[in-house]
Design a protein around this ligand. Structure first.
Ligand SMILES: [Zn+2]
Length: 89
């Protein structure tokens, strides 16, 4: 089985509002695991302080983030060789 791959979405920017993140900012890192028969890919991103979800907004924020990151991931086949195998198998 392939090792876990780690991919970064918009390194250095907030995954929701695209603000440039500075060292020392209060950010929230997010790891999303995508499974496939040939391996697992971990998609990583960060949220700025303004986009970190509140208790009431966590569902909406999670939905926006999952939709955005998965759309990005699915749109670029060069990012998903382990899942490419599953599409043919
Ligand atoms: Zn943000």
């Amino acid at each position: 089985m392939d090792p876990v791959r780690l991919l970064t979405y918009h390194a250095g920017n907030c995954a929701i509002c695209d603000t440039v993140l500075e060292r020392g900012d209060s950010v929230q890192s997010v790891h999303m695991h995508v499974l496939g028969p040939a391996g697992t890919v971990t998609l990583r991103c960060w949220l700025c302080g303004d986009c970190r979800p509140t208790r009431d907004g966590i569902g909406a924020t999670s939905g926006i983030l999952a939709d955005r990151i998965l759309r990005w991931y699915r749109a670029d086949p060069s990012l998903w060789p382990t899942l490419h195998l599953s599409a043919n198998g």
